[in-house]
Design a protein. Structure first.
Length: 184
């Protein structure tokens, strides 16, 4: 009977430690927070002056340009943008709320110098930046990593389940022996 009491106390102790370990981790609680993007971010560059802020996002051969005024961060709707990438000059075309440039070929990995000439009304400015392209290493690998708390939670749950099975099994065996002894 002492072993059964010890096992019961052990299962109560394990159950007491299980709730803090079984808590959902960040990103697994299904709360109101929106999940973060899982894929790699597209390469981008920024060029800033006292008048303008220009951000370019590369997607394959297409560069989407976002032009804002530096003073108040308002978009510049009607501007002429000419960019030079590695010695090649291209004129940007207006598309909805951004400007777009299509390159002749997808750029190779490395650091590409970029200069942009922006003309908007009476304002003209020359902006410079760099586009730093890296090869996509390990793009197919999963980003999820299990923490020790996840493993500890599963281990505590397994130990608790095992202890409960042992206690129930001993009680069933003890009740059978009592019934068999009473029948004789």
């Amino acid at each position: 009977m002492r072993l059964t009491s010890f096992i019961a106390a052990l299962s109560v102790a394990a159950a007491a430690f299980l709730p803090p370990l079984a808590r959902a981790g960040e990103g697994h609680d299904h709360g109101e927070a929106a999940p973060a993007a899982a894929g790699p971010a597209l390469p981008r560059f920024a060029a800033v002056s006292e008048t303008f802020e220009l951000v370019g996002v590369l997607n394959g051969k297409q560069i989407t340009l976002y032009l804002d005024r530096a003073a108040d961060n308002t978009p510049v709707p009607d501007a002429q943008i000419e960019i030079e990438i590695s010695g090649t000059k291209l004129k940007a075309e207006k598309h909805e709320d951004a400007y777009e440039v299509v390159l002749a070929a997808e750029p190779k990995p490395g650091v590409l110098p970029i200069t942009a000439t922006v003309t908007a009304g009476a304002d003209t400015d020359l902006l410079a930046g760099e586009l730093d392209l890296h090869e996509r290493a390990h793009a197919d690998e999963s980003a999820h990593v299990h923490s020790w708390r996840e493993y500890a939670g599963w281990a505590a749950g397994a130990v608790t389940a095992l202890v409960v099975l042992i206690v129930v099994g001993r009680r069933v065996a003890a009740s059978r022996q009592t019934r068999v002894g009473a029948a004789a």
